[in-house]
Design a protein around this ligand. Structure first.
Ligand SMILES: *Cc1c(COP(=O)(O)O)cnc(C)c1O
Length: 470
């Protein structure tokens, strides 16, 4: 398929801009482009067709089941999008007089109130643009807290080996040394290992609960207490908040700071590169270090992670979502997510071993290690074969503590029939692996693209379109 730049013809276009209603200003020479901006020039028909074709080639949650573990690819209600395109929200400017944007301030205040209630925290910042950005922000809060107390030796963050890869990456970017602790045989935090790893240099712990194998760590109060006793703070990775919302609160589990992924749990579609939102909520001890909106704080020198209030329209969607569901609905969405995951796991675990846990939370992890030994068919082969059945592959080879891992997160927005069908496909693939496994190495056979060369893609990635080639 041609790129839109390759379809471009000079002079063809459809730029119907409204008449200018403000005084024209001549830009100083040094601010002008040396070369005209290279935008594709196409008629409206061509543009419309181009994107329709692209949309048909992609697999979204509107096309079929999308059980991508840890990513919460659930259906996002239309009403949330409808609210976010209201002109009162879209046609505003962050520098316009505050008295003219009181409604928007109310959106932020109400969302703050609800999300603080849901997490058990005291205050929040909406600046971070995604989960990893939120982690980085939260870790800087922990850092500022220790520094403000003159406790400068606390430079270590403890992270379990099962953690999401962004956790150690964010800790290291925030200037901490990462201390990895191994999980216990049941996939949870090993309390002895944790006790042995804390000390006067402990800045804090980063944890997600349920963890990445989908298990709720029932020792959580003891875990967070060990860190507090050692003088550290507890960071909760709330990207998978779908698993606990309305049921348990990080604040009650002993956490001091948490980020949420509004673009996973709270109705913003994701996977296409944004915009997202990873607000960070914290207990009052961390409140003084929260990044500030420059406008609100006047003279104050505050940490800025992103301009103004971050991706405001994502907050509008999250608030709409919370208002439509209400407290009861939020709890029942969470319960549905956990029920669906357990239902699907129960339909598969006789064929595909589940290394950790008898029951799971919102997601479960299968190990295809035995299948691979018996048939040569890997987790990758099974994942790619799912594409031929109209199912998006689950998360693969993560968490690292499970070999040949496939991590399914069905979410609450899927029906029982969809789960039954997907489980049936997984059972058929198991059969096929034993009878005719060889052909699964080349799957997908009917996908939009065939099996890419993963090594080439990793070693020589083409990340940028080079205009001069066109
Ligand atoms: C998705 C996810 C993140 C990172 O969120 P981004 O918005 O992709 O940066 C962090 N932790 C966990 C557990 C996640 O699932």
């Amino acid at each position: 398929m041609q790129l839109i730049f390759e379809k471009s013809h000079a002079g063809r276009g459809c730029d119907l801009l409204p008449a200018c209603d403000v005084p024209e200003v001549q830009l100083p020479e040094e601010l002008k482009r040396e070369q005209p901006l290279r935008l594709p020039q196409l008629s409206e028909t061509e543009i419309s067709r181009h994107y329709s074709v692209l949309a048909k080639r992609a697999h979204g949650v509107n096309d079929g089941f999308y059980p991508l573990g840890s990513c919460t690819m659930k259906y996002n209600p239309r009403i949330d999008e409808e609210m976010a395109v209201l002109p009162g929200f879209t046609n505003i400017h962050p520098l316009q007089p505050e008295s003219t944007v009181q409604g928007c301030k109310q959106v932020l205040d109400t969302a703050k109130q609800y999300l603080c209630e849901a997490t058990g925290m005291d205050d929040i910042t909406f600046q971070p643009a995604a989960g990893a950005h939120g982690e980085f922000t939260g870790l800087l809060l922990i850092k500022s807290y220790h520094e403000a107390r003159g406790d400068k030796k606390r430079n270590k963050i403890i992270i379990p080996d099962a953690a999401h890869g962004t956790n150690p990456a964010s800790a290291s970017m925030a200037g901490f040394t990462v201390v990895t602790i191994l999980s216990s045989p049941d996939g949870c935090v090993d309390l002895d290992a944790l006790r042995a790893s804390v000390g006067e240099d402990t800045a804090g712990l980063m944890l997600t609960n349920p963890n990445t194998v989908g298990i709720f760590d029932s020792n959580i109060l003891e875990i967070t207490d060990i860190i507090h006793q050692a003088g550290g703070l507890n960071y909760y990775d709330g990207a998978n908040f779908n698993a606990i919302m309305g049921v348990v609160r990080p604040g009650d589990m002993g956490f001091d700071v948490v980020h949420l992924n509004l673009h996973k749990t709270f109705a913003t579609p994701h996977g296409g590169g944004g915009p997202g939102s990873g607000p960070v909520a914290c207990k009052s001890i961390l409140q003084p270090y929260l990044p500030g909106c420059a406008i609100q704080n006047g003279q104050e020198e505050k940490l800025q992670l992103k301009a103004f209030h971050g991706n405001f329209l994502v907050v509008v969607k999250a608030l709409t979502y919370m208002l439509t569901l209400g407290a009861e609905g939020i709890r029942s969405a969470c319960e549905g997510a956990v029920l669906n995951a357990n239902y699907m796991m129960a339909k598969l675990k006789d064929l595909y071993p589940v290394p950790y846990g008898k029951t799971c939370m919102h997601e479960f992890v299968l190990s295809l290690e035995e299948l691979k030994k018996e048939t040569g068919v890997s987790a990758l082969d099974v994942a790619k074969s799912l594409i031929d059945h109209g199912i998006h592959p689950p998360t693969m080879y993560f968490p690292l503590i499970v070999h040949e891992a496939l991590m399914f997160e069905p979410t609450e927005t899927e029906s029982r029939e969809t789960l039954d069908e997907a489980a049936e496909v997984m059972r058929e693939l198991y059969q096929m692996a034993h009878e005719d496994g060889a052909q699964m190495h080349d799957a997908p056979h009917h996908g939009q693209i065939k099996r890419p060369d993963e090594v080439l893609a990793a070693r020589q990635p083409v990340l940028r379109y080079r205009c001069e080639q066109a």
